[in-house]
Design a protein around this ligand. Structure first.
Ligand code: FPP
Length: 255
């Protein structure tokens, strides 16, 4: 499973048509709070079990040969949660990097972080940098961690960066193309997700990969994230493989 060397961010993914496996699966890990509530547990327990589910899914992704998994771990809107929950999610990220980084590295997984790092406390920023730095030469699956991430913020930062280059004479108005925008997003160089999975029965994108999702397939399931397991991921992938992707073209069946 190799990416074609000459494709840009804007090129539709290499694998088209029915029967293909996704290269890139993006996950909206939703339902931790409801999972905990149903069991009479504090929300933090839901997040803690959510981290266990994440570990299972990363291992499984490596096993089945996914090239990219993107996880929505903390959105730019999650700051509005109670301070104690925000602080627990920060500590969970710390725990994840401190406890799991060596296993991830040994599995030849590369970590990329997307989102606004400036808004994070220096200790968290340093951990994220360390995870990227340690794994940057790995050639297996890439785990893209969306942390303090929001699509509108990402697109606004890309627009500001292009506007600055234009104002300072480095680029012309005509240089502002879809490819140029994609190249300034946090996801520059990462192929668009083929499949976006959201757990817990909610059916929205919630400011996640809005630019990159232009041709993604969506899969929604009722399972709360802490219960999402290997078989659930296999089901999502099997569903994806049964679909026909046309990328704005027409189906071969009606030609
Ligand atoms: C959404 O569930 C989940 C989150 C906001 C956090 C996701 C975090 C994990 C899965 C754990 C791994 C974390 C890191 C940092 C690596 P929710 O709380 O909105 O659930 P609800 O909608 O049922 O309340």
């Amino acid at each position: 499973m190799t990416a074609s060397p000459d494709r840009t961010d804007m090129t539709p993914p290499a694998r088209e048509g029915q029967g293909c496996a996704p290269r890139h699966v993006a996950l909206i890990m939703d339902g931790n709070g409801r999972w905990a509530k149903e069991r009479g547990l504090p929300r933090s327990e839901g997040h803690r079990h959510g981290l266990d589910a994440l570990r299972r899914i990363i291992r499984h992704g490596v096993r089945i040969g996914l090239e990219y998994i993107t996880i929505y771990s903390f959105s730019s809107e999650n700051w509005s949660r109670p301070a104690s929950e925000v602080s627990f999610l920060m500590s969970l990220l710390r725990r994840f990097v401190q406890r799991d980084l060596s296993e991830i590295h040994q599995a030849n997984v590369r970590i990329r972080v997307i989102g606004d790092r400036q808004g994070l406390e220096p200790g968290i920023r340093a951990l994220l940098n360390e995870a990227e730095e340690l794994t940057k030469a790995n050639s297996g699956m890439t785990l893209v961690v969306a942390f303090n991430y929001g699509s509108r913020d990402e697109i606004a930062r890309a627009a500001r960066s292009l506007a600055k280059d234009m104002a300072e004479g480095r680029i012309a108005l005509e240089d502002i193309t879809p490819d140029a925008i994609a190249g300034r997003l946090d996801t520059a160089g990462i192929p668009d997700p083929d499949l976006i999975v959201r757990t817990s029965g909610e059916m929205r994108l919630s400011n996640f990969l809005m630019w990159q999702a232009a041709y993604s397939e969506f899969y929604f399931c009722d399972t709360y994230w802490p219960d999402f397991d290997e078989a659930a991921l296999d089901r999502a992938i099997a569903d994806f493989s049964s679909r026909e992707r046309r990328f704005g073209g027409v189906t071969a069946k009606v030609l």
